[in-house]
Write a protein that binds this ligand. Structure first.
Ligand code: SF4
Length: 471
């Protein structure tokens, strides 16, 4: 079997190797590694006091790293059946006002541990539907952030938009405030697929919102697609992909539909009989890879494509690409402070997740607390394994000596079991286990989660939360 980590390898070559037989053997439930340890490993024993202690420690360091901020805006006006996000459905457009009050109080409670204003290099508003917020509500949140942090000139400021719930007035305001990236949910343009998942959104509307965002100064547009939805077929998905290219996105995410009706109740409404088979799903993914690679995009790694020159490609080339709860990031050196229900902060040596339920979140904040629900303090072993997993996920290559120097271990001895577990994957052409390095082959990019699993010390135990399929 051929392979090679070289980025120029033709997608035709390596996708031909992704046989159904291979897919069947490696299609297990596994984490997406937006964190390590993953969220199901977080513990309720980790409290708000633990989180604040870590922030204090960071604040006392001679050079506090810059920040990345995430705000979770959970409201949506209607249900999309495929969605596994933490959302609150409402038609009451005053509801965000009360939530905003709480997010501002949460910021104050968290920032009480620091005396100095901190520099923000990146901010992301996700949801839910951030554009469910009115222009006044958006202004209020932005101003509250700007009063409490120093937002760097030229910072990457992004939000997720639902074209069905976005106005020109909102885009104009956001552009004026300094937002420069939007992420647009599309999923699929096929009307039958849209009807089946109750996400009816025309191509014209999507194009109009993207054009308006560019006219208002947004310099980067990402679009999100999903493969594996009911009634998706290769031919119609190919039409969607071609239409997406005409929107000239800078980044594209093509997510594997995580069908988990046992834990995501609204997915019970997804017509199960319409779901594509594993072989059809593989063809959908291959079609997406072929289309975007053929159009000059680079397959960054799990689910994500970016144009050469995009900051994600530059960061990958420089070895500075990172991964967090929003996916890949070019700001890996930042501490991530997250606000709002269910959001997860990653600061120093801890992860801290807020109360998931909006009412629980608001109740804790009203009582004057920081709404941490659970979290984890990483051990030295966790830090080591996070380093290995993130290097594989982000850089598709790992230099053993660099890991040994950073963590004071002998790689081959410490990870003898993991290297044994990689041996069959090496025979299948997914990875090259060299004396001095591990290299993910182009084929291995499709199976990157499988390649990380042997380094995950927690995965050997039964997972609590239920993960999506790895392929
Ligand atoms: S996909 Fe977006 S709009 Fe639809 S329910 Fe999920 S968060 Fe809300």
């Amino acid at each position: 079997m051929s392979g090679g980590a070289e980025k120029s390898s033709s997608p035709e070559d390596w996708m031909a190797e992704a046989s159904l037989e291979l897919l069947a053997r490696y299609d297990v439930a596994g984490p997406r590694y937006t964190s390590y340890p993953t969220a199901p490993c977080f513990s309720a024993d980790f409290t708000a006091a633990d989180y604040l202690d870590e922030l204090k420690r960071i604040g006392q360091a001679a050079s506090c790293p810059p920040l990345s901020l995430y705000f979770h805006l959970p409201f949506c006006g209607s249900v999309c059946f495929f969605c596994a996000c933490n959302v609150a459905f409402t038609t009451d457009h005053r509801r965000p006002d009360r939530y905003l009050d709480r997010m501002i109080r949460e910021m104050d409670a968290v920032l009480s541990v620091w005396t100095a204003r901190r520099l923000v290099k990146q901010m992301h508003w996700g949801g839910g539907t951030p554009t469910f917020f009115s222009p006044d509500q958006m202004s209020r949140l932005y101003e509250a952030v700007a009063e409490r942090f120093s937002i760097q000139i030229g910072a990457e400021v992004a939000l997720e938009v639902d074209p069905r719930q976005t106005s020109r007035e909102q885009l104009r305001l956001l552009g004026r405030l300094g937002f420069n990236r939007i992420s647009v949910g599309i999923q699929d343009f096929d009307p039958r697929v849209q009807a089946a998942v109750r996400r009816v959104q025309s191509e014209d509307l999507t194009r109009k919102i993207i054009d308006e965002a560019r006219a208002e100064g947004f310099k980067s547009v990402s679009v999100d697609l999903i493969y594996g939805l009911p009634f998706q077929e290769e031919a119609s998905f190919a039409r969607t992909l071609d239409r997406v290219l005409t929107l000239s996105p800078d980044r594209v995410a093509v997510f594997n539909f995580a069908y988990l009706p046992g834990s995501v109740r609204r997915q019970k409404a997804v017509p199960r009989e319409g779901l594509p088979s594993p072989s059809e799903k593989l063809r959908l993914l291959q079609r997406a890879i072929r289309t975007f690679a053929g159009a000059g995009f680079r397959y960054i790694g799990m689910d994500h494509f970016a144009r050469p020159g995009d900051e994600l490609c530059v960061a990958q080339d420089r070895g500075t690409l990172g991964r967090n709860f929003q996916g890949y990031t070019s700001h890996a050196g930042c501490e991530l402070l997250a606000f709002g229900a269910s959001s997860i902060s990653q600061a120093g040596g801890v992860y801290a997740q807020n109360q998931r339920d909006v009412r629980d979140y608001e109740r804790v904040v009203d009582a004057g607390g920081v709404p941490t629900m659970r979290g984890i303090r990483l051990s030295a072993e966790d830090e080591l394994r996070r380093d290995v997993i993130m290097r594989l996920m982000c850089h598709l290559c790992l230099e053993k000596k660099a890991v040994e120097q950073r963590h004071g271990i002998c790689f081959d001895t410490h990870f003898a079991d993991a290297l044994d577990a990689l041996a069959p994957m090496e025979r299948d052409g997914m990875v090259r286990c060299r004396r001095d390095r591990l290299e993910v082959t182009p084929l291995g990019r499709l199976f990157i989660r499988n390649l990380c699993l042997p380094f995950d010390a927690y995965f050997r135990r039964p997972a609590k939360g239920g993960f999506s399929r790895t392929v």
